[in-house]
Write a protein that binds this ligand. Structure first.
Ligand SMILES: C[S@@+](CC[C@H](N)C(=O)[O-])C[C@H]1O[C@@H](n2cnc3c(N)ncnc32)[C@H](O)[C@@H]1O
Length: 278
């Protein structure tokens, strides 16, 4: 039963039979493939009674929620938040205070660009017991399924995860740090700013022919990989109509995709642009 987020939460009374405040589990749903859920996440989902989930959580994972469970989609896709974060925090607190055992299901890992920290802070402040169940973050899922190791001897000895989405009035990413050589940079929520990101990385010292890729819907049947360089990738990604959710990955490790990209979903096209890497 999917519930409209506009519906007011049940407040002011305890869940049937509940004698104590409830509890919230902040659960990482992983990048898409339901087989990548942790055993703990799958166990919690199988017995869930109330699930608050993001738009990014795919159908395969939601299929593990019992049909009788109450599902509340609180949305969140790039800048279009279905429910403001403060209201999500308040809803979690209200549900648990009313005695509910709540699974808060978030794409990837709750503590990687997922605002799970803000939800945990709100729960802690309200004295609501909670647990956090880590998930495979999309950068890790992308790395494995697209055949782009995050570190690799001789190519990258460090990896950095950054966001390409900046809050209004906030400073942008630390371009100097992102443009270090011998490093892999994975940029979340950056697709809309892909041309600017590639330009900034070149302006801060990376050669224009540095390998770079975008990976859309990693680990799902709709995964698509487009490889190019900092110079060519914006045009290639736009020509292939790559759409969110997608990650940008920059570094020498991108060269390994043609030989290590084992995952060939039926729904996807092979879009590697090998010649542009040379
Ligand atoms: C709000 S962040 C959430 C990240 C999430 N907590 C995680 O650990 O992956 C959303 C962004 O994650 C990235 N993302 C999430 N799932 C993805 C997937 N399956 N394939 C590619 N990118 C993904 C995209 O950059 C998307 O815009």
């Amino acid at each position: 039963m999917e519930q409209d987020v506009g519906l007011a939460p049940r407040t002011g009374h305890r869940a049937a039979g509940a004698s104590a405040p409830g509890k919230v589990w902040l659960v990482g749903a992983g990048p898409g493939d339901p087989d990548l859920l942790t055993v703990k996440a799958a166990r919690l989902l199988a017995s869930a009674k109330v699930v608050l989930h993001d738009l990014l959580v795919g159908d395969g994972v939601m299929a593990l929620v019992p049909p009788a469970a109450r599902r509340i989609c609180v949305g969140k896709r790039d800048r279009r938040h279905t429910l403001p974060q403060e209201e999500i925090n308040a809803l979690l607190v209200q549900l648990a205070a009313a005695g509910e055992q709540v699974v808060r299901l978030k794409g990837g890992d709750p503590y990687v660009f997922g605002r799970g920290g803000e939800e945990a802070v709100a729960l802690a402040a309200a004295g609501i017991p909670f647990e956090v169940v880590p998930g495979i973050t999309s950068a890790q899922g992308m790395s494995a399924y697209a055949g782009i190791p995050l570190t690799h001897r001789g190519h990258a000895s460090s990896v950095v995860f950054a966001t390409g989405h900046c809050r209004e009035g906030a400073e942008g990413p630390d371009w100097e740090m992102l443009a270090r050589p011998q490093q892999t940079a994975v940029i979340y929520m950056g697709l809309g700013a892909l041309p600017a990101i590639c330009r900034q990385l070149v302006a801060h010292g990376l050669p224009p022919d540095t390998p770079a890729a975008v990976v859309q819907q990693a680990t799902t049947p709709h995964q698509r990989v487009v490889c190019g360089t900092l110079l060519t990738l914006p045009v290639l990604a736009s020509a292939r109509e790559i759409a969110p959710p997608a990650l940008i990955v920059v570094g020498e490790v991108v060269r390994m995709h043609p030989s290590l990209g084992w995952f060939a979903p039926v729904a996807a096209q092979s879009l590697a642009e090998e010649p542009s890497l040379r």
